[in-house]
Design a protein around this ligand. Sequence first.
Ligand code: 5GP
Ligand code: MG
Length: 460
Amino acid sequence: MIKDACGVFGVCGHPDAAELTRLGLFALQHRGQESAGIFLKRNGTCECHKGMGLVGEVFRKLPKEWWKTEGQEMAIGHVRYSTSGKSTEVNAQPFAVEFDQWHLGVAHNGTLSNGAFWRKRLKRSGAIFQGDLDTEIILHLASQNHQEGDTPWASLEYALQRVEGAFSILALCEDGMMAARDPNGFRPLALGRIRDTGAIVVASETCAFDMMGAVYSRDVEPGELLFIKNDGSMRSEFLPPKPRKSHCIFEHVYFARPDSMVFGDSVYLARKKFGARLAMEHPVDADVVAPVPDSGTYAALGFAEASGIPFDVSIMRNHYIGRTFIKPSPDDRRTAVNMKLNPIREAVEGKSVCLVEDSIVRGNTSRERIRTLRESGARAVHMRISCPPHKCPCFYGIDFPSAEELIAHSNSIAEIAGQIGADSLAYLSLQGMLSCVSCPAEDYCHACFSGEYPVPVTPP
Ligand code: 5GP
Ligand code: MG
């Protein structure tokens, strides 16, 4: 199964739609580093540019004049996360097709929990697929219900009523744009307006709005289909509601950027609260509180503030190396982790360090960090994790490995402490974590910790 934790951005009614989308994707780069693409409506028709690599690399190939061409109206863009091996051009998004008389582009963040079921059924009935994207499933379902001459919207709505799981989607054709979010609201999707021009922007995270003078208006609601026209007019429809919402709590733990608002909470404040709560639940006797950069920083700040132990930076991060989780083989990952993070001897020598990390997945990062901290003279390393143990895979779009690869799946906390070489190890409790964010506890998905899957996975 392909796991698409991604970022999407769209803008309507702006003569620099392409450039704004490029900026938006830059701000969302942390949500996907494998491929990037823009689907642009210009002079009444649509075109797509995409490729493998970071936003800067992919769009550098386009001539400067392209960004300034006249007649731009709307654009959507996508950054895609690396997945377990399936790193190919056909999976780059937006996915662009000809649909009746329309050029239709679709950008999707999330994973369908009945995607395997539909793919098999559609294939059996003769549907042809290019890659592994769930987007293709949605498009095939849409085409099955299409009435000649209609816009794609009713057909897409039909498709979205048949799929389950996580989807935050942007679609664009000559007729306008659609922004849609699954009824559980697994992945974020925020709506904003550019101050000067009134142009409408939609993004996975609000951090994409700040740099272009856009203000956050509200989230696209769970189950909402929002149809946006070039003149800024909007019309909403809703998919049949689900009994509960299922916002991904891991967006707050790790995935989203701290300068974003996600599910109504500041990611920065949520992370600091996780750290403060962790300090309350699992106090430690240490000389310094230090984060594993960068993801552990905000929880470490909260931990230090709440415990009164001074915060210090014990590990230096090399900013010219990307996210290490992405590397396909364990050896690659280990080398990359050590190139990326290096202890500062003068900060740790002779000290008892409380090392705060946002999460342990396979355990490689923590093991290497503790080993190198000791080599640099740390007297003790106590590890504190700002979420509960990761025991179960995600079927809604976070690229966690299979259960067997998750260190907490088959090891107790004491065993993990032994394997990573920590003097002590403790995790934030599930209840504690949920008390730090503002929606009711039952409105979050925490399946990766609890194994309680809010939407069942339909087998193929
Ligand atoms: P581990 O080495 O235990 O497998 O990975 C833990 C590290 O990976 C932590 O530093 C955490 O911030 C980071 N991490 C956790 N989940 C993800 C993810 O989905 N993607 C990426 N790139 N990193 C992750
Ligand atoms: Mg990290």
